[in-house]
Ligand binder design. Structure first.
Ligand code: SAM
Length: 236
């Protein structure tokens, strides 16, 4: 089932066809992406230049996608030219690394409904990166994203809402290509404070299964408490 793009976890800088990199910093191998906007920092992350190429360290304690990579994510469909619809982009920490990866010919459509947060996203990320299109909208109303054109390769959802899975599915129906990939962050406590996290994840998986092939479910501990990520493929 998981026959597609297997992540190579220890990656040499010489192999520049990969999407992210392992860079030596303070005596440790750390995750990084190649900075699309030279000199630009988004969340005070460290910039490291090696052989004339600038990298940004990608902090798994700040980004759930980085945490998933650290916790053995098996499929990584984000690549040069990918198009991504990102719901709950917040101030853009993770979105900025996806922007690095998809490069200037890819696109990240970033949806955020909180205007103060969206302003930070504009200042820190969208105003510096031509491949990021900010959409100040409620993810419950996907018909109102007037700037999304065509269908995307990946839908990434991190909105921490009790009905987030249903919202995500509606967005996928409108904007995800057949066979496209779906990344859903589940904040177990925001769905139900009484049910056990395991039970909540199982229930969300059941909802997702109706439209998707489940590829992997990852617990994001210790980088992120009470979060899991479901990775799935759209069947339609
Ligand atoms: N994904 C971000 C990252 O890794 O940097 C963190 C996302 S944060 C946990 C959740 C974000 O989703 C918040 O900024 C919140 O305002 C936004 N959000 C929640 N409900 C939303 C909705 N219905 N439509 C759009 N954004 C929403």
């Amino acid at each position: 089932m998981l026959k597609e793009i297997k992540i190579k976890r220890e990656q040499s800088l010489k192999e520049d066809s990969y999407e992210f990199f392992w860079i030596n910093s303070d005596g440790e191998k750390k995750l990084a992406t190649q900075n699309l906007v030279i000199g630009n920092q988004v969340y005070k992350e460290k910039l490291i230049t090696k052989k004339g190429i600038e990298y940004r360290l990608w902090d798994p304690f700040r980004s759930k996608l980085a945490a998933a990579i650290m916790n053995e994510l098996e499929i990584f469909p984000f690549k040069n030219k990918s198009t991504v619809l990102y719901l709950g982009v917040s101030t853009g920490t993770t979105a900025s690394h996806i922007s690095d990866i998809v490069g200037s010919t890819g696109i990240v459509f970033g949806v955020e409904h909180a205007s103060r947060v969206a302003r930070d996203f504009l200042d820190r990320v969208a105003s510096h990166r031509t491949n990021v299109i900010p959409i100040l909208q409620d993810a419950r109303r996907p018909k109102e994203y007037f700037s999304v054109f065509g269908k995307v390769d990946i839908v990434y959802v991190d909105i921490a809402q009790p009905d987030q899975t249903n919202i995500a599915i509606e967005n996928c129906k409108m904007y995800l290509k057949n066979d496209g990939y779906f990344f859903l962050v589940i904040k177990t406590r925001s769905i139900d404070v009484v049910k056990s996290p395991k039970r909540i994840i199982e229930e969300e998986i059941e909802k997702v299964k109706e439209y998707f092939e489940i590829l992997q479910v990852i617990d994001l501990h210790p980088y992120d408490k009470d979060h899991a990520m479901i990775i799935a493929k759209f069947l339609k």
